[in-house]
Design a protein around this ligand. Structure first.
Ligand code: PEP
Ligand code: MG
Length: 756
């Protein structure tokens, strides 16, 4: 159907909207809302006139996931009350579904623009649609439209966000919206997928974080008084954080370090300045904090860098504390035993706070395994799941929930059958944990008597207690960059040396392989790089940075040498692409070793094999390296040109395939011949089935995360490699085209009762 073309990019003849205008609009709104006779129609008219736009409309959510146009200045009057759209339909529907503002210079260009002719909106090009949200739920949408194509200015966006906040409180107060909380779906079970962050299965009562908020006072008439309240709240929020940090002495040094790092992040960034600006426009201190927090959230959510996105949780944490201090948050119940916390984002301080109150598990919508909350959850042994979006919105306080951080599912309001199935899974898991515990003090040995060495991959001193808990033989990969990432900066030599000392002391004579900083790609420090590069994994990262900035690498090497004085030192360089690079790095280490007294009792130097080119320089490498460790995570991504972080490619190429097994077998044999140490330390090493295959082709040292050690030991203990080898040989021959051998190998393992 032909549609009238909107005027394009015409310059609005109106004067631009300014802060003073926002102040006057809010003052007028305060006056109107103080009377008892105001209407939504009056509000939309006032907003359109004061903001000098052609259209202002308000849509509210009705039961059945429907949005209804309830008031408008500028759209046809007959469409009011008669226009309904589904959540997710058209621009307004998308805004309601995502909870995110959309600012479109020309809505007609958007593939989802679905104008309703009855409203007459096809004549308007520019559109700013802002969700009306309260306590984590979308109640409706406020939309501004203009005839001329133009992007709405940030100050207009901020003003409409304030209006949305005001409407949320007003509508909730009036009971004018029947929010999703009353919809039918609330009684039904729902299942959400997720990625385990910290293992475990729990059943409990849902506690959605930040759902119960007091009514928010949005506008205030005395900005000076509000500024003073803000100052007081900052002091109070900081004090609550200090208390928390002081009380966490018992949870270990490293968790305190994480919190200290988090505090620095939460208090930085100038966001408080923006809060002050919003107060000067007439907002209450709590509304200003809430609004600036929402803007920050939406900006950071769009960041590609997972580390930076993770920092969002830290700021969120601070915002929560401030809202509580301003009397806008409800504070926390003293006890939360048996509860499963569900949050959109969660900072480490909040997690610790809730842990102390007794929660049994946590599901977070926006979290990554390398985030502070995840690291802490693992250290606290609290089952944690990064759950898919939508789970938080659908959760009601008090719902029965199942959190499976083994398979990665979150079930809301499970029916009896499902709950029973989970109870069984839980019982099986508990039995399995007790069975596995028996392997702790046994060596890793196959049924035919082949001995393997199982080592740990760790990145924080906090994780070192896993050495005892798992009975592993040492640390095969100490990721030194994790401390730098957790604190957001690289520490000085003395601080690094103290960390390394703590590690070797805790290892108590067991071998520890320190990998030098592997920063870059997805592990970027703040301010390290503002360049947006297309392929960061193949960019300036890791040892490349170290060799280009030898001072940084030398500082770390010096810290390693002094920190491990009196102990043997093993150093491993990541992302080595040429023998010349390895030699250059080793020369730096030797130069530093020559001037470090006292130093380690012995030094061995290894290379990570992650870059395929190194496979073709083996004789040179084996002549110079003391050991080699295969990082299958990176090697696989470079070997198959398949981004390790791309979910669509996950599982497409398999370590358990003929070409990769051939490569690893050849490597293991070449290293054995030259008496060079050989290990596999990527994620695959910790998968029982993969570990069996590696053992069968001659790999004798595997390094993996703590949770994998006992399951891998158990799998090894039940296999006879003499039986497995011919099966594997046959599968490799049949799968020579590169297809995965995982399924048939797993089938064989199951047939032989191997615990994979
Ligand atoms: C690997 O690449 O397999 C590896 C162990 O290193 P990281 O996962 O830290 O890149
Ligand atoms: Mg790697």
């Amino acid at each position: 159907m032909p549609r009238p073309a909107p005027p394009r990019n015409t310059v609005s003849p109106q004067r631009p909207y300014r802060r003073a205008a926002a102040r006057s609009l809010f003052a007028r709104l305060r006056e109107i809302l103080a009377t008892s006779s105001w209407s939504l129609a009056e509000l939309t008219r006032l907003i359109a006139v004061e903001m000098r736009v052609d259209v202002c409309s308000i849509y509210v959510v009705r039961p059945g996931e429907i949005l209804e146009l309830v008031a408008s200045h500028g759209l046809r009057p007959e469409s009011i009350g008669a226009t309904r759209l589904r959540i997710g339909e058209g621009i307004v529907g998308i805004v309601a579904a995502s909870g995110e503002t959309m600012n479109l210079a020309d809505a007609h260009q958007h593939p989802d623009f679905a104008p309703r002719p009855s409203t007459g909106e096809e004549q308007f090009a520019a559109m700013l649609a802002v969700p009306i949200r309260r306590a984590g739920q979308t109640l409706g949408v406020i939309a501004l439209q203009d005839r001329a194509a133009r992007r709405f200015a940030p100050i207009e966006g901020e003003a409409v966000s304030t209006l949305a906040m005001l409407l949320a409180e007003t509508l909730a107060g009036l009971g004018a919206v029947q929010s999703a909380s009353r919809s039918l779906g609330d009684a039904l079970p729902r299942r959400y997928a997720g990625h385990p962050l910290a293992p475990g299965i729990v059943r409990g009562t849902a506690l959605p974080l930040g759902r119960n908020v007091r009514p928010l006072r949005v506008l205030a008439d005395d900005p000076v008084a509000e500024g003073t309240r803000l100052d007081r709240a900052v002091v109070e929020a900081e004090a609550s954080l200090n208390d928390l940090i002081a009380e966490t002495l018992t949870t270990g040094e490293a968790s305190r370090e994480i919190l200290e790092a988090y505090r620095a992040i939460a208090q930085s960034g100038g966001w408080l300045e923006r809060v002050r600006a919003a107060i000067s426009e007439g907002l209450s201190a709590e509304a200003a904090v809430d609004q600036v927090g929402a803007a920050l959230r939406s900006r950071m959510r769009r960041l590609a860098d997972p580390y930076l996105r993770e920092r969002l949780a830290d700021i969120e944490d601070m915002i929560e504390r401030m809202l509580v201090a301003l009397g806008a948050g409800l504070g926390k119940p003293d006890r939360a035993e048996g509860m499963v916390l569900i949050a959109r984002r969660l900072g480490p301080a909040e997690l610790l706070d809730w842990h102390r109150r007794g929660i049994v598990g946590v599901a977070i919508e926006e979290a990554s395994a390398s985030g502070h909350a995840a690291i802490l959850a693992r250290a606290l042994e609290l089952p944690a799941l990064a759950v898919e979006a939508g789970a938080f919105e659908a959760t009601r306080e008090g719902d029965d929930v199942l959190l499976d951080a083994e398979l990665g599912t979150f079930v809301l309001r499970p029916d009896r059958e499902l709950a029973a199935a989970y109870e069984r899974a839980l019982a099986v898991r508990n039995d399995r944990i007790s069975e596995l515990a028996a392997y702790r003090d046994r060596p890793a040995e196959t049924r035919d008597g082949t001995r393997l060495s199982l080592m740990l991959n760790v990145g924080l001193a906090l994780e070192l207690d896993q050495l005892e808990r798992t009975g592993s033989e040492g640390i095969g990969l100490y990721r030194t960059e994790i401390t730098a990432l957790a604190s957001g900066r690289q520490s000085g030599i003395a601080e690094q040396a103290a960390e390394y000392r703590q590690v070797v002391e805790r290892a108590g004579g067991r071998r520890v392989i320190f990998r030098t900083l592997d920063l870059g790609a997805d592990k970027m420090l703040r301010g390290e790089s503002d360049d947006v590069v297309e392929n960061p994994a193949m960019g300036w990262r890791s040892l490349r940075v170290g060799l280009d900035r030898p001072a940084v690498l030398r500082r770390q090497l010096r810290a390693l040498l002094t920190g491990t004085a009196g102990y043997p030192l093993s150093v491993m360089f990541p992302m080595v692409a040429t023998v010349a690079e390895f030699r250059a790095a080793r020369d730096l280490l030797e130069a530093e070793a020559g001037r470090t007294v006292p130093g380690p009792t012995s030094i061995e130097v290894g290379a990570m094999l992650e870059v395929p080119a190194l496979l073709f320089q083996l004789p040179g490498l084996l002549a110079e390296a003391d050991f080699i460790s295969v990082g299958t995570n990176d090697l696989m991504q470079f070997l198959f040109a398949a981004d390790r972080g791309a979910p669509r490619l996950a599982g497409r190429y398999d370590v358990l395939s003929a070409p990769v097994l051939e490569l690893l077998e050849g490597l293991a044999a070449a290293c054995a011949e030259e008496d060079v140490g050989f290990s596999v330390c990527g994620e695959a090493a910790g998968q029982p089935l993969d570990a069996l295959a590696f053992a069968a082709i001659g790999v004798r040292t595997l390094s993996m995360s703590g949770a994998s050690i006992l399951p891998v030991k158990a799998a090894l203990a039940s296999v006879d490699l003499n039986e497995l080898r011919p099966v594997l040989r046959e599968l490799r021959r049949a799968g020579a085209a590169g297809i995965s051998l995982r399924e048939p190998l797993a089938a064989w393992a199951r047939e032989h009762d191997l615990p994979i």
